[in-house]
Design a binder for this molecule. Sequence first.
Ligand code: ATP
Ligand code: MG
Ligand code: FE
Length: 337
Amino acid sequence: MLVLGIETSCDECSIAVVEDGKTIRSNIVATQIDLHREFDGVVPEIASRLHTEWISSVFRRSLEEAGIAKEDIDVVAVTSRPGLIGSLLVGLSFAKGLAFALGKPLVTVDHIRAHLYAPHLEHSIDYPYLGLLVSGGHTVIGIVREYDSVEVLGTTIDDACGEAFDKVAKHYKMGYPGGVAIDKLAKQGDDSLFSFPDPSLHKGDHRYDVSYSGLKTAVINQITQFSSTPPPYRNEDIAASFQKAAVGMLMKRLRYAIDDTGIRRVVAGGGVVANSRLRRELSELEDVEVIVPSMRLCTDNGAMIAGLGYMMFVNGITSSLAENASSRVAAFRRGYP
Ligand code: ATP
Ligand code: MG
Ligand code: FE
């Protein structure tokens, strides 16, 4: 069964063809990174206009690379939430038009769940496992019992992890996108030059929660107080010290979750899982099976949408052509679903 996966929730215009929820036949990702760089962040209006301009050619290239005609598509899957509303609507409208014209079913997919499905495209993974979802807008540790069942243990009480990378990089003009820039700088830096506090949330109800707003503020305030010129540190050192704290915060909560639940399988997804320090620290977890997606499946892509769309379809879930997009979802707060 061939599922088309369409992803336009943010600044990646991506369309993939995935066979049986497993084999990636094509996964075209047209990123707008270069066009948002001068603003140091994604400009929603520019993003949706570019999706409108690009989506038809991304679709054609995706079919071409998969070696199929549009009539061969069995199911059209598309991200409908969460994300930038204008960007989401471009993909969703395209998907609806296509499904209607081809007379094929439409499946609308939650982008965050799809990030957690991404590793399944490359590995055969048994349930249950501890899911670690770390992206630009979300940070979640949960018990994943099935493709559609995530029991959230902990999440961020304020900013997402990726958001903190992006904001710290922006403040110190380290480069864009921030996560990639910090990862690169950190390789040349001294991670012991600054030590940043880990907020004490680890009591009772907050045992697995993280807070990145506090870390971001500490990184900005603690360092900005040095006024000597030249300052006694380099951007490389800030990047390394921040990255150590950001990753450490996740690893500490993950360790609690492993020990408390006894689940010794960890599956990670989301853009920040491309981070070299997080990947290394995950791989160093002892007596734990750790599965991370390859780099191209960490950040936004259509293949993960097609993969999860396939799982939903074979379990009888389809959407009507009246389905709408939503910028936010209640998903991944504690107690969901
Ligand atoms: P969400 O998935 O929550 O809706 P998003 O789609 O914008 O948000 P992703 O595409 O999953 O987020 O990931 C983008 C985020 O990943 C950005 O915050 C970016 O800085 C971060 N990121 C990418 N590469 C790295 C890296 N090597 N190290 C740290 N962060 C990274
Ligand atoms: Mg992106
Ligand atoms: Fe994402």
